[in-house]
Design a protein around this ligand. Structure first.
Ligand code: FE2
Ligand code: FE2
Length: 201
């Protein structure tokens, strides 16, 4: 099932919709914590601080939108999520796969490996966010929902540009690494969509 079929079905059902918001909040929070974990305590830049702050804001913003569905999902416990296992492991699996790639391909370790993983993981996620949130917003518009994610879309577009700049500044052959990141992410994301589809079947 395509995302453009799955998301309208979810938006049309308050319980599923609340769980989707909670799930996206969880994934944003995982991303935010990942960025924070990669920060160098001395050399962290303004771009990285801004990025971490905005991802944390997305997690909070999505959680707050749940109120508009008249549901109460106080925690990220599995019962309150859609496709909980896939949603929890998506980012960790991506991180592990890309860290492995950077170790074997570029021989990175320590702080350089952490920064490299931040670049590739976050880049791949931003490419995905720029595709996913507009499809979701379209479903919200079509349903006349009170929920909206426009402020997230604007910030995610900024993030993608910032990730591209940072990758270009770091690696002359950044495109090769970027393609690898997107290739690995696509496999994981497709598994997530299949799991999401089962929730609405
Ligand atoms: Fe985000
Ligand atoms: Fe982002």
């Amino acid at each position: 099932m395509e995302l453009s079929t799955i998301l309208p079905r979810i938006v049309g059902d308050n319980v599923l919709h609340a769980k989707l918001l909670n799930t996206l909040s969880l994934m944003e929070n995982t991303g935010a914590r990942k960025i924070s974990a990669c920060e160098d305590p001395v050399f962290v830049t303004q771009i990285i601080l801004k990025h971490a702050a905005e991802e944390h804001r997305h997690a909070f913003f999505l959680k707050k939108q749940i109120d508009k569905t008249n549901q109460q999902l106080p925690t990220y416990a599995a019962d309150y999520l859609l496709a909980p296992a896939y949603s929890k492991f998506y980012l960790n699996s991506l991180d592990i796969a890309l860290s492995r790639y950077l170790k074997s391909e570029l021989g990175l370790s320590g702080g350089q490996l952490r920064f490299g993983a931040y670049l590739l993981v976050t880049y791949a996620i931003e490419v995905r966010a720029d595709e996913l949130y507009p499809i979701y917003q379209q479903a919200l518009n079509d349903a006349g929902s009170k929920v909206n994610v426009r402020s997230i879309i604007v910030e995610e577009e900024g993030h993608l540009e910032e990730m591209l700049k940072q990758m270009k500044d770091t690696w002359p052959d950044w495109e090769r690494h970027a393609n690898k990141a997107v290739e690995i992410e696509t496999g994981l994301f497709n598994d997530w969509v299949v799991a999401l589809g089962k929730e609405v079947a």
